[in-house]
Design a protein around this ligand. Sequence first.
Ligand code: TYD
Ligand code: MG
Length: 479
Amino acid sequence: MAKAKKSYHCNACGAVSPRWSGQCDSCHEWNCITEEVIEAAVPKGMNGTKKGRKLSFAALGDKSQTEYKRYKSGIEEFDRVLGGGLVPGSATLIGGDPGIGKSTILLQSVCALAQSGVRCLYVSGEEAVDQVRMRARRLELLDAPLELVSATNVRDILSSVEGGGEKPVEVMVIDSIQTMFIDNIDSAPGTVTQVRTCAQEITRHAKARNMAVIFVGHVTKDGQIAGPRVLEHLVDSVLHFEGDRSHHFRILRGVKNRFGPTDEIGVFEMAGHGLVQVENPSALFLSQRAENVAGSAVLAALEGTRPMLVEVQALVAPSAMASPRRSVIGWDPNRLAMIVAVLETRCGVQLSGCDIFLNIAGGIKINEPAADLAVAAALMSALSGTPLPMESIFFGEIGLSGEIRQVAQADLRIKEASKLGFKEAVIPKAKKPIGRAAEKSVAKGFVLHPLEHVQNLSDLYMTKQVNSSYHDAGQVRAV
Ligand code: TYD
Ligand code: MG
């Protein structure tokens, strides 16, 4: 009999080591290593000698299969992130901080699906049926034909969805995958082996029966979905539900999708009766903008296929410290360091003795380099004390030599700005800044300011001197 092969996995970071220890060598977490059997004991001579079954190959261009059928919940923000609805037989993982609203959004979505005639099951491993019911009452969803069960044993759950003659379960929610367990594995729920095997078992079952499953996954301190990374490889789509606790809006972000585009976002607002869709996020993010304040610039950002206007706020103050503070909320601190360096070396703006605080208002996170120009404008405005015009928007990437580079989807960004009543856009220079179709839909009198170099920015707006050396060089011109 060949011996069973074992390895030791860290529950926190997923690192594998050949022997057990009290502390993980890679993430230094204590008591997180569990044993895993990777190859069961097999009688000698059996391993590898068994012949496989013959598979039949299929042609790529099968005409009979058209588009994926999709279950649409009718909650547009949710459907869009999934690429137009849930695909039957797909597995989706939704991760997020505790209390951010994962259970709420899933309950709302599957209730909406159930109301449209899809048979849905909500499996809660964390809450009792009554607790889920209480939430449904609060959300005014008690009349939805949703089926509930409070269970954690995967074998029980899978046997129960088997169903004889009745309509099969079409959509199942597992809240959460970390509470599930399979009884023939000798480790506690939530460990790497359990989480992975449960997810594998449920996904396999779901695919065979064309049932869509949605797993809820917990998130560790540093924002990773807890348990092994393999969980993300195992499923078809991964969504992150994020938001700042101190703000009431939440963002559902698609980070992986085998059936549609990634980077799509859905914006929701947490209200007293559940999550409400935000159809016009730009208006929400700009709603509290103060008038005529120096250091504020509006950025036309792009999230997936969706343009969104957000306010970039900068504060520049003389520093009393040897190494001035650079504090950034909602953007990449390294990018800020780069913009500061470009402004200093290419435009002669002096920021080295100043504390800089940069904030993307509303608690949203921006990852695009297209924000560079808005950040540079906000910094220059903050330093000179000159407010930027209220009705301007900015976007463009700044290169290391100070050149302003083009970014994707300029048309969409400009159209959104025009729709919200903005009058001018400061954009990268291009042969044709916007397409003919976009030109038509932009309001009359909308002005474009294509810029080639970041220096042109101060020529355009800064009436006061940005700094003496720059001014002396004769590069600042009043508008
Ligand atoms: P929940 O969905 O339980 O979060 P998760 O499953 O991600 O842990 O959401 C809980 C939070 O949402 C809780 O702090 C209360 C808040 N909430 C509302 O503000 N309004 C509501 O209608 C509901 C149901 C929850
Ligand atoms: Mg929950």
